[in-house]
Design a protein around this ligand. Structure first.
Ligand code: NAP
Length: 329
């Protein structure tokens, strides 16, 4: 067993998606010598976050031909290393934000930091039914904006599970590509806001299967891609066949905030509350960036933007308190 190490820094960044790495690039260029924890399969997601699962990212500016999520993440990582970010492939297990300097703990070390950027993202809630793993990224997805334009979905019937704003958003977006979009919802009323419901319900390409749940996904011939679903009506118990080439799960996400142990203000869905127009959290000196504080936009580019904001906010804060920690090491 390795000895626990204690390290000091001006700025510790937790998370390695576009938000965390952008914060690191800006902070490292400002000579704050940031320490970044990229996670070691935290929540079963590779270092780099949700992007690592994306087969082709076509909406991140600067890559007109598209880029794989893995390559984009590696490029961000290399860029932050180039300017001097110290990266550890470790998962943060707990923090102490109740006294200054702050403390960030992994199983191998403790980092003492004058400021911290939390950029730990969120994980999509998953469903488990026969076939739910077999067709993941082979017809099944949790992000219409990321995957909806793929050729396997073009002019084909598609389905979305969920009854919240995300499900409405996904379904409306998918009508651009699919021949028809079914919303499969477990109850007979939506949870979504009225305006989003109305938009979805008035779209001629959308049909709602109320009080219904997916009980099985099956493949299409030998191709190993999704061919259809068995859908059960929870009121009548009847199971029917629904031939679709795409299934998008939109039943909510869980922001990764448990390790914070209630030390930052969270909203009712568990997202970190930031002061409007900034990345300041309820604790001065702690900043939040990316999806862990954004349930509305949830895009790589918006995460990167708030990562930049967090580094600039942290730099101003460190100047205010006269922190020299990383600079003198
Ligand atoms: P959400 O509001 O929590 O809705 C989740 C939906 O999934 C609910 O309808 C729920 O059903 C259903 N669901 C949950 N678990 C399920 C399961 N095991 N099986 C089947 N269905 C299940 O999540 P969200 O839609 O992702 O929205 C999260 C937050 O982001 C909300 O505050 C939302 O307003 C916001 N958001 C805003 C926008 C926008 O402004 N454009 C877009 C997306 C999200 P029940 O209804 O039965 O509970």
């Amino acid at each position: 067993m390795e000895d626990l190490q204690t390290m000091k820094t001006c700025l510790c960044i937790i998370g390695s998606g576009p938000a965390g790495q952008t914060a690191a690039i800006y902070a490292a260029r400002a000579e704050l010598k940031p320490i970044l924890f990229e996670g070691g399969m935290a929540n079963d997601i590779s270092p780099g976050g949700q992007f690592t699962a994306a087969i082709c990212i076509e909406n991140f500016p600067g890559f007109p031909e598209g880029i794989t999520g893995r390559e984009l993440v590696d490029r961000c990582r290399n860029q932050s290393l180039r300017f001097g970010t110290q990266i550890f492939t470790e998962t943060v297990t707990k923090v102490n934000f109740s006294s200054r300097p702050f403390k960030v703990f992994t199983d191998l070390r403790t980092v003492i930091a004058d400021a911290v950027v939390v950029a730990t993202g969120a994980i999509v809630k998953q469903l488990s039914f026969p076939g739910s793993n077999s067709f993941w990224k082979r017809g099944m997805s949790a992000c219409a904006v990321c995957d909806g334009a793929a050729s396997i979905f073009r002019n084909k019937p598609l389905a979305v599970i969920g009854g919240g704003d995300s499900a409405m958003d996904e379904a409306i977006y998918l009508t651009k590509y699919g021949s028809k979009v079914y919303i499969i919802h477990r109850r007979d009323t939506f949870k979504a806001s009225k305006i989003m419901q109305n938009r979805a319900l008035s779209n001629p390409k959308i049909e709602v299967l109320w009080s219904s749940v997916v009980v099985e996904a099956y493949g299409e011939g030998e191709r190993g891609v999704l061919g259809g679903l068995k859908v059960k009506n929870v009121v009548t118990g009847e199971v029917s066949d629904l031939q679709v080439s795409g299934l998008f799960i939109a039943i909510g996400r869980d922001p990764t905030t448990k390790f914070l142990g209630g030390q930052l203000e969270l909203d009712s869905d568990g997202y970190i509350v930031t002061k409007p127009g900034s990345t300041h959290t309820s604790v001065r000196g702690i900043f939040a960036a990316g999806e862990v504080q954004d349930k509305k936009y949830r895009q790589g580019i918006t995460a990167a933007g708030t990562g930049c904001m967090a580094a600039l906010d942290a730099e101003h804060y460190l100047q205010e308190i006269g922190s020299q920690e990383g600079k003198s090491d």
